[in-house]
Design a protein around this ligand. Structure first.
Ligand code: LLP
Length: 421
């Protein structure tokens, strides 16, 4: 459920007409709903009621500081994967003890930043990283709390580019080497083992792969404890999918996921951490764009819009589907049309949808891409020298620009031309 609904024939973001925001900030832009963000966070939080837990928002999905502050104030922790994300979380007021540092290639500088600023734990992904972290912590006179990310070798049954828990993926250590790797961790002076971490992929639409992985983590918890390690915390990663194609998708809900976690891991006496990104922010955002031209091709009609692959790259990058709807609602039975929906960028990959059947729209009309709140703005670029598009946050009947559209000058003046040219 989200808060982008038609009311009196027009699309609203909570209580604000989307067209009103477009008039204020110009197109294209992203708009997020506070109520949806909070609702999704709370669904997870409540789903784990009864177990000690922390929901750490995977801020790679949406790292605007206003979004982080909203969720942080509601009690969320953060899952970060870079020094930049760490500093953004801190800038949004999240305290270090609620920040989990993930990622396969943490640098010594990033480790130092998080150790001195405060961190809940590092999710370590390899032996070389373990040694490096121990050295950095020791040099600061500190001890770094860690989990080790294990690769459980399960098929997440999702897009190959976002599957991370199969043999051959670059993530974690093979689960059958865990014993050896934990023994190494215990021997390093700068580390303190606190738990186990697992994340098998993103946009999972079934619970079975999670359950398979968590069963393996359960067995490993028992084994590592028997080997003398203190496993007080399990980080179960993120990955629960959302219905991008609402008409025919119904992935499991956080409630179902929470019930499964409690069933599988409930009697282990551990604290649970989860790292959902997409399910919290995905359906909490839309991207609004304007139709520039309708162009007749040989055998198709192109809808050329002012948004492009640099603004929302998921369709070009993963062949991802996003529902695309007109901002002015059409009455039932209104005329529909079939379009190739494309942006102005100079490559054929700049295509949002091919042969998409939708309400017939006209030049200058506004359209909205649904489910664009996760991996939308954060993956945008200035390709073709198109300035990053603004982000807007709505709460009830108020809205605020939470990232301005840069001016052309701001964008251009970031380059410097050497004096010898
Ligand atoms: N934790 C870790 C360690 C992760 O690598 C990820 C996502 C998450 C949590 C959050 O997963 P989520 O709950 O959002 O599925 N750009 C791609 C998605 C990449 C996901 C990468 N890792 C997309 O647009 O579909």
């Amino acid at each position: 459920m989200d808060h982008f609904l038609y009311r009196d024939g027009a699309l609203y973001a909570e209580d604000v007409p989307v067209a009103e925001i477009a008039a204020a900030v110009g197109t294209p832009f992203y708009v997020y709903s506070s109520a949806t963000l909070l609702r999704h966070f709370r669904l997870f939080d409540e789903a784990l009621d009864g177990m000690e837990h922390l929901v750490c928002f995977a801020m790679k999905s949406n790292s605007n500081q206003a979004v982080l502050k909203l969720l942080g104030d509601a009690g969320a922790g953060m899952d970060v994967v870079s020094g930049g994300e760490y500093l953004r979380a801190k800038a949004a007021g999240v305290s270090g003890d609620k920040i989990v540092f993930s990622g396969v290639g943490k640098t010594a500088d990033e480790m130092r930043l998080a150790l001195t600023g405060g961190v809940r734990q590092f999710n370590v992904e390899s032996e070389p990283e373990m040694r490096r972290l121990s050295e950095v912590a020791t040099s600061l006179g500190m001890v770094a709390p860690i989990t080790v990310r294990v690769n459980p070798d399960v098929d997440a049954k999702t897009h190959e580019k976002i599957s991370t828990g199969k043999k051959g993926d670059k993530f974690g250590i093979p689960i059958d080497r865990a014993s050896e790797v934990y023994a190494l961790a215990a021997s390093l002076p700068g580390l303190k083992v606190v738990g186990i971490d697992v994340h098998i992929g993103s946009q999972l639409t079934q619970l079975e792969p999670f359950e398979l992985a968590y069963e393996k983590v359960k067995d490993l918890t028992i084994q590592l404890r028997a080997e003398g390690h203190e496993i007080i915390r399990l980080d179960l990663g993120g990955g629960l999918g959302i219905p991008y194609e609402r008409s025919n998708e119904a992935p499991p809900l956080p409630t179902d996921y929470g019930a499964m976690v409690k069933r599988v891991l409930g009697d282990l006496d551990v604290e649970i951490e989860i790292e959902p990104g997409r399910l919290i922010s995905g359906n909490a955002g839309i991207m609004v764009s304007k139709v520039i031209y309708l162009k007749e091709g040989d055998d198709r009609q192109f809808l050329i819009i002012d948004g492009a692959m640099n603004d929302l790259v998921r369709p070009a990058m993963y062949g991802a589907y996003h529902d695309i709807i007109p901002v002015n609602e059409r009455p039932a039975g209104a005329q529909s049309a079939t379009y190739d929906i494309v942006g102005p960028i100079c490559e054929s990959g700049d295509t949002f949808a091919k042969g998409r059947s939708m309400a017939a729209v006209a030049p200058d009309e506004l359209i909205a891409f649904r489910s664009a709140g996760a991996y939308g703005a954060v993956m945008s670029s200035e390709y073709n020298s198109r300035p990053l598009i603004p982000e807007v946050l709505v709460q009830g009947d108020q809205f605020a620009v939470i990232r301005q559209r840069p001016t052309f000058d701001e964008m251009i003046n970031r380059d410097t031309i050497p004096e010898w040219l």
